[in-house]
Design a protein around this ligand. Sequence first.
Ligand code: PLP
Length: 486
Amino acid sequence: METREAIELVLKFMEQAEQRNEPVIRLRSPGQLQQVFEEAGVSLPMETPQKTHSNEEILRALQAVLDYSVHTQHPRFFNQNFAGPDPVAVVGDWFGAALNTTNATYEAAPVFTMMEHSLLQKLAATAGMKRAEGLFGAGGSLSNLLAMHLARHHKYPKANEEGLPSSVRLVAFTSEHAHYSLKKSAALMGLGYNNLRAVACDATGRMRPDALEEAILQAKQRGETPFFLNATAGTTVTAAFDPFVDLLPLAREHGLWFHVDGCYGASALFSEQHKHLMEGVEQADSLAWNLHKMMGITQQCSALLVAHPGLLRSCFATGAGYLFQPDKEHAELDSGDRHFQCARRVDVLKLWLTWKVRGDQGFTQRVNKAVANAKQFTAMLQEHEKQSFALALPPSFTNVCFWWLPPNLRGVSPDQWQPQDWETIHKLAPQIKRKMQEHGTAMLGFQSLNNLPNFFRMICINSVVDHQDLRKVLDLIECYGYEAIS
Ligand SMILES: Cc1ncc(COP(=O)(O)O)c(C=O)c1O
């Protein structure tokens, strides 16, 4: 394969990816995809034995990869809480991939060790966490798991060696809208799903402090040991922010580690206008923060900050003699023994580069634009000339959850919908989405929550989106909605 020619393909793709007349996705069935690659001359399945291919065949196959993948850079991609990357981050990722080293030791990654240290300090200062240290790792789910592990280690420092005394039943708390990685973490930690207590939320999706207090007291009455509270900054569906300031005193009173899952919403800290949403985070014991979500850094770029200096090392160090030799040059700067992972991608480079190019100001603008787009989209929905749309839940931060309504339900409050109306609405979102995918015109997600029928979740973080894209999505939904009911 001619590397330079392959890179040219990607560069061309990146230059064109934002074109509005291009599809977001050319959706094909698995069989059709296999055929596309057959026609390119390179089969999609691996073969035994696997033969080699010519440069022309490989370039055709790579073009098919670009053509038939989802174009998250497209101005009408709203499907997830990430979107197209900042091109600067892509360059950083390439440099990192070309150097292919691990961030675990100074010996293997002197430059990246320095970058990581400095980025963590900058992120901690941005969050107001004065004594925090941390690490970058393989995603927010892992950060949440590690935070839970750190919390146990903090409470029972001997548990790593001896396990827990049989009399101890640990219980953790999180909101009913928390990310599912918390549930998985409870399983991996040996707590079991049932010992992660889902605390009720208010109508806006924020954890209710009174419900938390009740859940903690109930656990204590049963002789259980509450040890961990996860508060979410930007829940996955509604982007709600739990009220940290009201939850913190409860965590402190009952001896709970206070973790903030800010994987999505911690980036509000970059904005003077919106950082109030994170008030109280400066007192957190740990914070998970994915820069690969709102900030457009390529996946993954995920930081875990911990406000207990030395705890990461005391929790994770195993002193592997072949890697962390204490008598080598700059051994004290090795980070690997403070993390669960061994090899760690140098995800810091792409963040460092993007932050250097965009500056604090660029980061602020990105967050402000996302929230402004969500506000504008909400207004468009509410002021729609045909009243075709209704909010399913109160909008929060960058997310707007809404329904498209068939004409007979316009102006009718959801509490007056009959069971058959619920059924119709519930089926409409998947039908409309299917049409979007068929035509490749837009992508946004849908789901049900709080026993509501399926609604669309518009996530306004794609940085290339403008007013006309927001309007176009509504027009498309309206058009496909009518097709679905006709
Ligand atoms: C609130 C929240 N926490 C954690 C995660 C998990 O992050 P990752 O996908 O990096 O594992 C997500 C992912 O969407 C999320 O929305």
